[in-house]
Write a protein that binds this ligand. Structure first.
Ligand SMILES: [Ca+2]
Ligand SMILES: [Ca+2]
Ligand SMILES: [Ca+2]
Ligand SMILES: [Ca+2]
Length: 468
């Protein structure tokens, strides 16, 4: 009797051990690929060994093509890919969970397959640490990537040609590149953040209390602007900040040459709407909260972007309700930014509701910060540091005709060269009775020392729930 019991126990143990191993990767231990094939990037996808939801082994696809049958615990797989957009997805119970990356040649990326069940791009620091315990998974068709990349034609798509042209590449050169079979180079990041419909005339983009984003197309000229009724980005592009108080900032967030919408929100988080269409016909992905909502400045986030520490990666600058401005460094990748959730205190502070905007105010080659404020003024902070460690002067306020600009309500500000004379002008918004007032201040001073003589109200019916 005792013996039978013991035997049964042994069988049970064996069974458990077998079950355990069935869900663990058994291939060679992780080894970093040292030689990334020329002109390609490498993406490591891994699932930590201690993955809690380990019972599931979803299929992994790259651009919709199944690449790994069963993604199991402690497994990893490296993919070599050509520059451009690539979608990775896992499928579980009919639900597809995708993530899109913009691959750059020579770059290494880490995607974690973790809890809750999804794919997450992680910083190189975290990725290198977590993948160290993983083992190589069996790919569905080894070397398929290589074959795919070899047979692929190098003809440019019409959109790529458009991007090349817009980047200033002459048409003859594009043809020559096509003939030589050259690949599409990364477009020079050059969007027109102030010209929504790309007709050469400046447009106005505002946020609102409700979280909606409005675009007012300029139907006049840059000299005599006149604005059409609001285009609602919610209806056209499904763009709306769910938590309200959208403070939009048009930027090429992932540096793919296409404009994206970065936006603040009432609870102090920052969202991104990534453009997968073109600049003229954008198609925005759904709202994505940066760091899954972990990136938080308190209330009323108002974001902008600049390479704060001069390392080649654009960082995030965010103002808040208390008038403070924080910086979150990009610890990810150029085309796939990831931000530290720990903020850097900049020392920049206005009366309240800081709306920072980045511009080189005094044309000395270093970026400066301008900001609106709850006291109705506009502040300028001159960068007196160096390219790696910005340091700011005591604030100056914008003057009009030698008098301090002070509007009745909270201001938002955009600094831009409105009339294309090479000098920085200002757009300032202020909530007024039943309407949003937007004012243009044309620089009558110099590039080094902007001066303003007139506060010119822009013609248009700007909705009263909005701000720049
Ligand atoms: Ca326009
Ligand atoms: Ca973009
Ligand atoms: Ca940086
Ligand atoms: Ca400067």
């Amino acid at each position: 009797m005792q013996r039978i019991k013991k035997r049964l126990l042994n069988i049970a143990l064996l069974f458990i051990v077998a079950l355990l191993f069935a869900n663990c990767a058994m291939g060679p231990a992780y080894q970093r690929v040292d030689n990334i094939p020329a002109g390609m990037g490498v993406v490591y996808i891994y699932r930590p060994a201690k993955f809690v939801g380990g019972g599931n082994s979803p299929e992994l696809r790259v651009n919709g093509v199944p690449k790994i049958n069963r993604f199991i615990n402690g497994g990893y797989y490296p993919f070599f890919l050509k520059p451009g957009e690539v979608e990775f997805s896992i499928e579980l119970g009919g639900r597809v969970m995708p993530i899109t990356l913009y691959i750059e040649a020579g770059q290494t990326y880490y995607i974690r397959h973790g809890m809750p069940i999804r794919l997450t791009l992680v910083s190189p620091k975290i990725g290198e640490k977590e993948i160290a315990d993983c083992r190589l998974l069996e790919g569905r068709q080894p070397a398929l990537e290589e074959k795919m990349n070899k047979t692929e034609t190098s003809a440019f798509t019409p959109e790529e040609i458009l991007l090349l042209k817009r980047s200033g590449v002459p048409y003859e050169k594009i043809l020559e590149m096509q003939k030589k079979g050259e690949r599409m180079p990364m477009p020079v990041s050059k969007i027109n953040p102030f010209d929504w419909n790309e007709d050469g005339k400046k447009d106005i983009i505002t946020g609102s209390n409700s979280g909606k984003v409005y675009v007012y197309i300029n139907k006049g000229t840059n000299q005599e602007p006149e604005f059409d009724t609001a285009l609602e980005m919610l209806e056209i592009h499904n763009v709306k900040v769910e938590d309200g108080e959208s403070a939009p900032y048009i930027v090429d967030w992932n540096e793919d040459g296409k404009k994206d919408i970065l936006a603040g929100s009432a609870p102090g988080e920052v969202s991104i709407f990534i453009n997968r269409g073109t600049n003229l016909h954008p198609i925005f992905e759904k709202e994505l909260k940066l760091n899954e909502g972990d990136l938080d400045v308190g209330d009323y986030a108002s974001p902008a972007m600049v390479d704060w520490d001069g390392n080649g990666l654009k960082d995030l600058v965010v103002g808040n309700k208390n008038g403070k401005v924080f910086v979150f460094l990009n610890i990810g990748y150029k085309h796939n930014p990831l931000f530290s959730s720990d903020e850097i205190k900049t020392g920049i502070k206005v009366d309240g509701r800081a709306t920072p905007f980045i511009v080189d105010w005094n044309n000395d080659g270093k970026f400066d910060v301008v900001s609106g404020s709850s006291d109705g003024k506009v502040y300028v902070f001159i960068n007196e540091g160096d390219s790696k460690t910005p340091k700011f002067s005591k604030p100056q306020t914008v003057q009009v005709n030698g008098k301090e600009l002070k509007l009745p309500n909270s201001t938002s500000v955009i600094a831009l060269d409105w009339d294309d004379d090479g000098k920085t002008d200002l757009l300032v918004s202020n909530k007024e009775k039943n309407q949003l007032g937007i004012y243009l201040l044309i620089n009558t001073g110099t590039k080094e020392k902007p001066e303003f003589k007139e506060l010119k109200p822009l013609k248009g019916k700007f909705r009263d729930d909005a701000a720049l």
